[in-house]
Design a protein around this ligand. Structure first.
Ligand SMILES: NC(=O)c1ccc[n+]([C@@H]2O[C@H](COP(=O)([O-])OP(=O)(O)OC[C@H]3O[C@@H](n4cnc5c(N)ncnc54)[C@H](OP(=O)(O)O)[C@@H]3O)[C@@H](O)[C@H]2O)c1
Length: 274
C-alpha cells in the first residue's frame, strides 16, 4: 500500500482513460484511493465503460467536471495534446498541479498553452506500469510545491518505482533507457526463444524458458545486494558453458557495444522529437 495517506483525500482529474490512464487509476484504487475522488474525461465510449467497471465516473467532456481539483493528469497521446490541453487552461489556473505522462512533451510545451505560472510535473512511465511493475521518472517546474511533488510521486508509485530528475534535459536519456527499454528486453526474449528452438527445444518450452529466465534474473538482480556484473561473474565458471556464451556476447562488437549504440540512438531521437 503506497501513498494512501497522501492521495486518498485528493480530487484527481484524469484526461485520457486509455491504457495508461486505466493502469494508473487501477493502481490508485488498489492503494485505497476513493473512486468518488477520481474523475476521468475521455470521448471514447470503450474507455468510459472500462472506467465504469472500476467504479470511477467518466465523462465525455470537461463541462461535466467537478470544480475542486487537486491534480490534473494528462494521459492522452502526445499528438492529441495540442488540441486537448487548451480546454483545461482555466481549470489549471485555479491551483491544481498538472501531471503529464505524455512521452517526449516538454514542460515548456505545457507552459506555453496553460501559462507559465501553472505547477507542472512531467513523468515518463513505462509499459510494465500496466502490471504495477513500472519505472517512472519525474521532473517538475519551479511552481510545484513540496506537497504537490509528494502527491505526484505517490500516484506514480502506485504503478511501480519512482525517481526524480532536476534537469529536464536528461528525460531524453530516461526515455532511451527505461521508456524504450521494455522493447529491448522483449527483443532479448524473442532472440533467446529463437536461439532455444535452434538448439532443439520446441517453441512452447523455448518461450517459457526465455520469459522465466529474463523475469527471474531481473527479479534476482533487483533483490540482490550484489550488482549485475558481480552476479554474472558468480555464475560464470572458467571454461564452462556460460563463459562460452559470454565470450561471444561480450566480444568487441557484442552486446555492450550494441546497447551503447542503441541507447545513444534512442537518446538522439528523443531530442530530435522534442
Ligand atoms: N502505454 C505506455 O506504455 C506508455 C508509456 C509511457 C508513456 N505513455 C504516455 O501515456 C499517454 C497515454 O498513452 P496510452 O497508451 O494510454 O494511450 P491510449 O490508450 O490511446 O489512451 C489515450 C486516451 O485518450 C483519449 N482521448 C482522445 N482525445 C481526448 C480528449 N479530448 N479528452 C480526453 N481523452 C481523450 C483516447 O480516446 P480515443 O482512443 O478515442 O482517441 C484514449 O482513450 C501517452 O501520452 C503516452 O506517451 C504511455
Amino acid at each position: 500500500m503506497h501513498g494512501v495517506e497522501l492521495t486518498e483525500s485528493k480530487n484527481i482529474l484524469v484526461v485520457g482513460g486509455g491504457n495508461m490512464g486505466r493502469a494508473l487509476v487501477g493502481g490508485w484504487l488498489g492503494n485505497g484511493h476513493a473512486p468518488a475522488r477520481i474523475h476521468v474525461v475521455d470521448p471514447s465510449d470503450d474507455a468510459r465503460a472500462a472506467m465504469a467497471t472500476l467504479g470511477v465516473t467518466a465523462s465525455a467532456e470537461l463541462a461535466e467536471m467537478p470544480d475542486a481539483v487537486d491534480l490534473v493528469m494528462l494521459a492522452v497521446k502526445p499528438q492529441q495534446l495540442e488540441n486537448v490541453v487548451p480546454a483545461y487552461r482555466t481549470l489549471c489556473q485555479h491551483g491544481p498541479v498538472v501531471l503529464s505522462i505524455a512521452a517526449g512533451k516538454r514542460i515548456g510545451f505545457f507552459e506555453r498553452i496553460l501559462g507559465a505560472d501553472v505547477a507542472l510535473v512531467r513523468a515518463m512511465p513505462n509499459t510494465p506500469a500496466a502490471i504495477g511493475q513500472g519505472m517512472t521518472v519525474l521532473t517538475a517546474n519551479a511552481r510545484v510545491s513540496a506537497q504537490q511533488r509528494s502527491l505526484c510521486e505517490s500516484l506514480m508509485r502506485a504503478v511501480g518505482d519512482v525517481a526524480w530528475l532536476d534537469d529536464e534535459n536528461l528525460m531524453d536519456a530516461v526515455t532511451a533507457v527505461s521508456g524504450s527499454g521494455p522493447a529491448y528486453v522483449f527483443l532479448l526474449i524473442e532472440c533467446l526463444t529463437d536461439a532455444a528452438v535452434a538448439v532443439g527445444l520446441d517453441r512452447k518450452l523455448a518461450r517459457q524458458l526465455a520469459e522465466r529466465t529474463v523475469a527471474g534474473a531481473g527479479a534476482y538482480a533487483e533483490s540482490s545486494e550484489a550488482n549485475a556484473g558481480e552476479l554474472r561473474r558468480q555464475v560464470t565458471s572458467p571454461g564452462g558453458t556460460t563463459e562460452a556464451a559470454l565470450d561471444i556476447l561480450m566480444s568487441e562488437d557484442g552486446l555492450p557495444a550494441l546497447l551503447r549504440r542503441a541507447v545513444a540512438a534512442a537518446n538522439e531521437r528523443s531530442r530530435e522529437l522534442a
